[in-house]
Structure formats: structure tokens, C-alpha cells
Design a protein around this ligand. Sequence first.
Ligand SMILES: Cc1ncc(COP(=O)(O)O)c(C=O)c1O
Length: 371
Amino acid sequence: MDEKKKLHLLDLVAQYQTIKPEVDEAISQVVSTGGFILGKTVEEFEKSVAGFVGVKYGIGVNSGTDALYLALKAAGVKEGDEVITTPFTFIATAEVICWIPAKPVFVDICPDTLNIDPVKLEKAITPRTKAIIPVHLYGQAADMNQIMEIAKKHKLAVIEDCAQSLGAKYHGQQTGSIGHIAGLSFFPSKNLGAYGDGGMVLTNDEEMMKMVKILRQHGQDKKYHHLKLGVNSRLDALQAAVLSVKLKHLEKWNQVRQEKAGYYNQRFAGIGDIKIPQVRPDNEAIYHQYTLRTAKRDAMVEFLGQNGVPTAVHYPIPLHMQPAFEFLGHKNGSFPVAEEAASQVFSLPIYPEITREQQDQVVDAIAKFYK
Ligand SMILES: Cc1ncc(COP(=O)(O)O)c(C=O)c1O
């Protein structure tokens, strides 16, 4: 296959080419002023993201993982507490619960959205439950109305994992503005991706904001005055500068992704046993991943690889079956909906710059698989 036509799961170089002068200028600004840690560049970016999502505060941190950890701390989750989440997510969501150290309690997912099932969630609440972390997987919001109602009834904190959902809407409201506190990831492959690691905590709660700000800088409220034992988790000014440029394009990029996803949806209708992403009518998904399902997933992924179509599996092993969570004592069959999804899902190339021809190449390869 000639290089020009080579498909990528994600093409960050193509994106850079579209914004090169703006990005280069932003980087040069930071380097020439020498302000690398926090300061004006980070503060302005924090305000812009908070404004975009519609919350009062954004606090820039080192990664999406740290954002979730610091959000749990700010929400008052303590050793021995239980935190309910989904087993069908990236490990960071549940890993940070163990860092507290609290206990992750998994609840199975809805078969259509693959997000946490609110009905099963309520049944998993015990006197030790302190918080819920819903994940808006692939860029589609979880059932936030039901989750917030349950949380209110049982006095639980809701920490939205928005690592994959910046810009996604639920009943017209941005994810990240519905729960009590939220975590964003700026990992390079995210819809708003840095040139390295980065993340942000979002909240309307002043006390939580103050706590995250203190904890991200070794627990200090001012230089060398340490109120708490914290961590070093600041968003780099260089990353904030790059991200500020990209944020201006995000709405358009998300819209283009939706159009590209719409084209895939239309082309996949009636091909083999392919199931296209199921988006609820009250959701506006931003397709961080475009993820299909087939009962023949492993053969499909292999075939596509041989035919020059890169794919990824998000995620092949649900968290309760990972060796790292063996201590929780789950087994195969504990969360059947997540297990079935893990055996069937595969994600296709999607990014704003992907061309119609490249999408056709992907669809044609999948159609060829069934012939
Ligand atoms: C659902 C989810 N949660 C948390 C994270 C962690 O974010 P990061 O890689 O920025 O630490 C990611 C992404 O990697 C994610 O996809």
C-alpha cells in the first residue's frame, strides 16, 4: 500500500498541519517568557475550559488519572469507603479508587450505550458507599439524570469521568457540568489532546476547587506552607498553550467527527452482523472512539490488519477480569454485559481529517470480510 493511502487509527500529524502557525506561535510565547509552571498561560486555559463546559472552576493537572484521583480526594473519599464504577473502562478509573485506598465496586453496563447501568447501580449501594464514578465511554454520556437522583437519595458524590467526552452533551448539558466534580484527560489521542500528558478537574464547588489546587502542589496554600500531604500534579504551561489553541477548534472538530461517524453509520447498515454505535436520542456523542460490534471480532480485527486497516479494542478485558483486580474476587460471569461487549467491540480510524476515500477504504475492507 502506498504511503499516501496508509490508514492510521488517529493522525495527529495531519491535525498539527492544519494549525501549525498558531501552535508554533503559542509554544514560542511560553518558551520566550520562561513561564513553564502554572502562571497566566495555565490560568487562562483553565478559565477557557471551564467556560466551554459551563462550570465555575477548572484546575489543570498532570493527567486524566490524576484528575480523577484528586477529584476523589476533594470529594472526601477516604480509606475503607466504597466507590461504584463500571468494569468496562480504562483501568485509570478504578485504579485511582485503590490509591485512596478505597474499594472499587463494579456494576454492569447497559447493553446499548455500554455505560454503567443505573438500575444495577442502586442495588450495589451499601452503608460504605461514598461516591460514584460514571464514565462517558467513547464520548457518549451515561444516564446522568438517574445517577444524580440515586446520588441525591443516598448522599453520594458523583465524579464524572470525562476523559473521552469533552464537548458531549446530555439533554443539552455538557458532560462535566452535571456531577459534583469531573476529570478530563488531555492524553494526545483525546479529542482535545496535548503534546504529552495533561488533565483537568472541573467543578462548581469552591471548597472542592480549593482542595484540588492545594493537593496538586504538595498540599501547599502558599509557597512552603503545607496544609496537607499532596502530590506534584500540575498542568505544564507549554501543554496549556498548545491546548488553548486547540480548544478554539474543538467544537468544529467534534462536529466533523459526528459527520464522519454519521457516514460510517450509513455505510455499515446491513453489512454482516455489524452493530453500529447505539446513541440515545437525548445524547449528543462526540465519538472519541467509533466502536462497532461483531460476534466475529477477533477474526475481523486480524483480517482488517492484513488489509491495511488499523483497529483498536477498547477494551479487550473488563476490569474485574484483570489480574490487578483479582483481589476483588470476581469471576467470569460476574458482569456478563461487560464481558460480552469486551469480546465484540473494535474501534475504527476516526479523526476530523480522515477523508471520505479513507472511510470508504475501511468500509470496503469490512464488507470484504463477510464475502
Ligand atoms: C475513561 C478514561 N479514564 C481515565 C483516563 C486516564 O487519562 P490519562 O491517560 O490522561 O491519565 C483515560 C484515558 O487514558 C480514559 O479513557
